[in-house]
Write a protein that binds this ligand. Structure first.
Ligand SMILES: [Zn+2]
Length: 307
């Protein structure tokens, strides 16, 4: 029998990280919501409705909201950076434990590899474009402020009072309030932050999984697995069920595993053609220099590549 897929532990770690992060992000927004809400409540007895006073009031309110967004952005940056490092480190440690089971005696992945992978994700090298984590976070705040400006100008056009408009802003920044955003879909103020966080965790998981296994000579490919939930998208369903490379349904060659899409929740498992006993024998042969020279070379390359 082949060793049961060790990366299931990495999946569980990923799932926990996603759940914990979701709750933490909600808390950042709730904290800010309370402060903004208190500020708005102080407005209820206000009668001064001159357009100058009104403009000044909304400018001040937007300034205070910006302070809250800065607070959220800082926390988000720390959270996501930590998540990416933790996810990669954990997946690598799972891989080490798995290699141990196979007879190898290597425990710690070269830390430079982990740092490099984390960097590739956070600086956007992985996406090959202009994306960086700090830009993504900043764009999110800008979009929230843009929506607040729209709420203000719409309110003024509709002849609403300063207080009425401020209450609409209050509702919008409440992370427990979900409003219609586009053609019937609902969204909360923390939607983008949540999506960004989930996506970076997912990509850290996937990158680490591939990096840990890509030069492992006992692994011939990766199987794409959807969560099985009702909301799995068509793209992922196709990836899971198509035998595109003649390796079996959902199996990709190691160099051809596509990067999961934003908000993706699929997982990956390793595919091998050897039994655990066969692998043990090959590892022993490599250690004793008694093996097939090509396999020995591949094993040596794998070990040099990771440790
Ligand atoms: Zn999908």
């Amino acid at each position: 029998m082949y060793v049961s897929d060790p990366f299931i532990e990495a999946e569980q770690y990923r799932n926990n990280l996603m759940l914990q992060s979701e709750a933490e992000i909600r808390k950042f927004y709730e904290h800010s919501y309370v402060i903004i809400s208190n500020r708005i409540d102080r407005l209820s007895d206000r009668t001064d409705e001159s357009s100058v006073a009104r403009r000044l009031y909304f400018e001040e309110l937007k300034g205070e909201i910006q302070q809250q967004l800065n607070y959220i952005d800082g926390n988000l940056n720390t959270l996501i950076t930590g998540n990416v490092n933790d996810m990669i480190g954990y997946t690598m440690s799972v891989n080490s434990a798995y290699l141990n089971q196979l007879g190898f005696n290597y425990y710690t992945t070269n830390p430079a590899i982990i740092a490099d992978m984390s960097n590739r994700i956070l600086t956007g090298q992985l996406y090959g474009g202009n994306w960086t984590l700090s830009n993504a976070i900043w764009n999110n705040s800008t979009a929230i402020q843009g929506e607040i400006s729209r709420i203000i100008s719409r309110g003024i056009l509709q002849g609403q009072s300063t207080y009425q408009i401020a209450k609409k802003i209050e509702k919008y920044v409440n992370p427990n309030y979900s409003r219609v955003v586009a053609s019937g879909t609902r969204g909360r103020v923390d939607y983008n932050a949540q999506r960004l966080t989930r996506t970076t965790i997912q990509h850290a998981y996937q990158e680490a999984f591939v990096r840990a296994t890509q030069s492992n000579p006992f692994i011939i490919g990766y199987k794409w697995e959807t969560s099985g939930a009702a909301n799995v998208c068509q793209l992922c369903m196709d990836r899971e069920t198509t035998d595109e490379y003649g390796l079996g349904e959902g199996v990709f060659p190691k160099d051809d595993l596509p990067l999961d899409h934003p908000n993706g929740n699929c997982t990956f498992s390793i595919v091998s053609v050897y039994s655990e006993d066969e692998i043990h024998d090959m590892v022993d042969d490599w250690e004793n220099n008694t093996g097939d020279s090509e396999m020995d070379g591949d094993i040596q390359y794998f070990i040099d590549d990771l440790f």
